[in-house]
Design a protein around this ligand. Sequence first.
Ligand code: ATP
Ligand code: MG
Length: 809
Amino acid sequence: MESNKIRRAFLDFFESKGHVIVPSAPMVVKGDPTLMFTNAGMNQFKDIFLGNAPRKYPRAADTQKCLRVSGKHNDLEEVGHDTYHHTMFEMLGNWSYGDYFKKEAIEWAWELLHGVYKLPADRMYATVFEGSEEDGVPFDQEAYDYWKQFLPEDHIIRGNKHDNFWEMGETGPCGPCSEIHFDLRDEAEIASKPGRGMVNAGHPQVIEIWNLVFMQFNRKANGSLEELPARNVDTGMGFERLCMILQGKKSNYDTDVFQPTIQRISQLSGKTYGADAKCDVAMRVIADHLRAIAFSIADGQLPSNVKAGYVIRRILRRAVRYGYTYLGFTEPTICKLVAGLVEQMGGQFPELKAQQALIEKVIEEEEASFLRTLATGISLLDGVVEKTKKEGRELISGKDAFELYDTFGFPIDLTELIAREQGVGVDLAAFETELQAQKERSRNAAAVDTDDWVELFPIRESVFTGYDTLTERVKIARYRRVTSKGKTSYQLVFDRTPFYGNSGGQIGDIGYIENANERIAVVATEKENGLIIHIVKELPENPAAEFTAVVDAAKRQAAANNHTATHLMHEALRKVLGSHVEQKGSMVTPEILRFDFSHFQKMTPAELRQVEMLVNRAVRANYPLEENREATKEEAEKCGAMMLFGEKYGDKVRMVRFGTSVELCGGTHTSATGNIGFFKILTESAISAGVRRIEAVTGEQAEKIIYAAEDTMRDISEYLHNPQVLQAVRKCSRATRRFRRRSRPCAASRSPSGPRRSSPRRPSATGCSSSPRRPTVRPSSSKTWPITCVPAPRSWCSCRGRSTTANPC
Ligand code: ATP
Ligand code: MG
């Protein structure tokens, strides 16, 4: 069965059982500070499971792009070395939100695996939770009894808390789970060692394929469990593992999911897959990581030096390093595999197809840059090896190895490999100590202590009223204390709020809440898992009282102007540069707007000017805000609304229109474009291959920029005694050139050690010979040559090539 058909069969099966088939959420998580990447199918429903949002349907199913490379689930080091863990994989899942529970979850899992996919019962094992005295949770008899209908009792195994009790995090929803394992070994092997003893024992051919989680508890901050009001089902099945079983293979990499890429790698390297264990690992690493990187870029996460971007950069570098060391890839090669991947997966994941050119470009640039780093690292390492030998040591010190790793991004296993080739080892224990110390430092820096919510009354969801009003009578529904870096703050959730929570690139509102007794400043507003959270430095004396919440109107208006200007600029960029322009990032504050977009070359001054003019034309047209808060996706598509890759859209979307600019957007906007006043671009730069960044300002800020530019021009003109600035500057530069030509023989007085710098002339409008000042270069030290201008006698400029020590021209 082809992999595409296997996926389709799963979705069709659950659709036939009344499930709504939902699209995969983006792999990069937004609005959840505890998670960088989606690592399980349930992540996109976390707000529902936490009770922060109402359920949209009682049952759902999907295939979710997951990435397990950081945090609680990190399989990175396994990948390539084993045959069934990936960085990025698809998790097939079905969910019940307070609807069906263990009975249907188990019966349908069985029906699908045995009835539809025809997997034999004698190869299947199910685990059920043995119970925990510590938590007061009994043995899961219910799940055991349902499995007994289908499997012999010696195929039902009791599992411990580690394997059979699933938790979302330190706190939050959790519950017992039941895993399904499959034994892929040959008959002879099974006869000599029955599968029962092999389950959860790390054998690559007796593996878990599906986990059925029965969410029935909530873990509180003090570690205790409480029953959830609505019990949920959350299941996850590894798609690639299922393909391996159904295609009769022993490794995920032998399925049609990975083979086309592996064959291409084999072609490019001239090495055969299966001929050499180390090369095989390298091919698997590259085939796996290619997917992780390509999907991350498609979802808007570009490699960078911080946070999620850094994780992606490290995955890519791991792939480059394996290719470099074992397959002889000394030139960018992974970028050449993108086309094949797009051909294979672009049907199910159109975001991949749409952004193929960007993905290729970004990967190529990253590869080239890391290959340069490797070359530098190798020469540095040579020096370290030499030093180690000179000092009579057999091991490179942990400190040196760590410096290579931390400062130069040189991987430790490569250090080890190259060192070994040169007859020395690496003090791995000391390296590990350095690494742990660094991890500890960053853990401490990031440590946040969060108390349980104190719930004053339940709310079904955080209601945002701030599109229509900036003040609101509110009550605090829940609050909690958060301590970070020794500072305490409080998070408040209201029954309804006019405060916009930081999301979609727009910074959250600030303001205050007050009543007759007190006024408390709201210093920030965040949005987390669907909740709008107001940050305050102190808790109100009486949290149960009623308050008036007031948003800082000036800041909100400035942010709204900038947000609307961002939409207008997005449209203008597409008009000027072409429809390949896609938003890749956005930040909107009251002071400035920043917009990242895909485009492959630097914008010319003329293009920038054109964009400014188009935006300012739209500003003058004073287009009113037209919004539809309840548009369906189809309606939005019909209106040509711009939708962004990497964004999670619900069934109902908010459509925002100003003239011909139509976008789906949850942000706050100005009532008419005229309020923006004036739009001015400050900078245009590259942030990575194929992605440009524009920073711009509007209104008063833009006005200030124009005044500052005007002031500078006036200063220059006064300085040059000439209102025709350009004419004067041209004259000066001609005179400077003439002067330099004449001064060339004056080499004797050049600094003996410093580099020769051309003197910045500060000539008068009429040219060098009448200059009242002369440039003097004062060598303050041999390293730096600060260049300053000091007054000089009028006669200086007519030196006509005569040289003095005071004139090192
Ligand atoms: P394992 O013990 O094999 O790492 P897990 O306990 O981490 O699995 P779950 O978190 O329960 O797995 O995830 C649900 C399913 O997702 C698993 O049954 C498995 O089929 C699949 N899966 C988990 N991790 C990976 C991975 N890194 N690569 C591919 N599939 C995976
Ligand atoms: Mg795992």
